[in-house]
Design a protein around this ligand. Sequence first.
Ligand code: NCD
Length: 303
Amino acid sequence: MRHDHLLTAKQLSRADIETVLDRAAAFDDDPTAAGERHADELLALCFFEPSTRTKMSFETAAKRLGGDVVDMGSVESSSVKKGESLADTVRVVEGYADGVVLRHPKQGAAKMASEHVDVPVVNAGDGAGHHPSQTLLDLYTIREHAGLDDISIGIMGDLKYGRTVHSLAHALTNFDVRQHFVSPESLRLPRSVRYDLHEAGAQVREHEDLDAVLPNLDVLYVTRIQRERFPDEDEYEEVAGEYSITPETLDAAKDDLAVMHPLPRVDEIAAAVDETDNATYFEQAHNGVPVRMALLDLLLDDD
Ligand code: NCD
């Protein structure tokens, strides 16, 4: 993979994706596979929005590679509170670390940051934009369960504001995957993403109901309604709780359907689904470590 930064899933070719996933599989088998390559390397974690999995799995990955992290901490306790610009923050941070993982509420923030620094920047979520490292672990999980060719995936929930969806949909255009988008009309994929998928020749269908399409799916990727991105709470209330997966919902699905979710979930997947063989979301979250190890190994590798 020859990239300086990971900013969107659009920049990833099929070969790039396979390189990361194959290396992740090697780390899954042997977490010491990188040897001493990253001893003493430091990764800066700059999270301007809440995070559990993304931040902790990057930290775990850096440490398992023999490196360490420096963490900006919460926005409340940083100089952002004093009015510091993002450009200034990342310029300072590049003097401390060998790479920057950035999550920010503004779409395009990671790209802007990457223009101000020489160390690799990983976009760990930019508003309703992209979340490409999540996509890599999603693809890893899909590959393990269903393979990445000649499959049907349902992507359901908040397709408008869900950045994991935008990145996943772009990345899937590299593979022979039929993409079925299920959402209320008001939460359809943004026009720009639909345009890109069309241009890439993707096999895309949009639905308001899951019922018609569920029996054909190999993977169902469920997402949270992104409450924090709604301009108005009433609009959120109109769609909240619209979709919920229960064990009964899955009666109509293939036995080996993989139910995925980037997490955190609110009420889109009932806790009783956790006991079914279809529940794949916790395994998906665990895959964040080997996949982010592989990503850091490739991005931080100077050779
Ligand atoms: C996602 C995100 O931050 O976009 N979380 C994650 O990184 N696993 C999904 C979400 O918050 O709904």
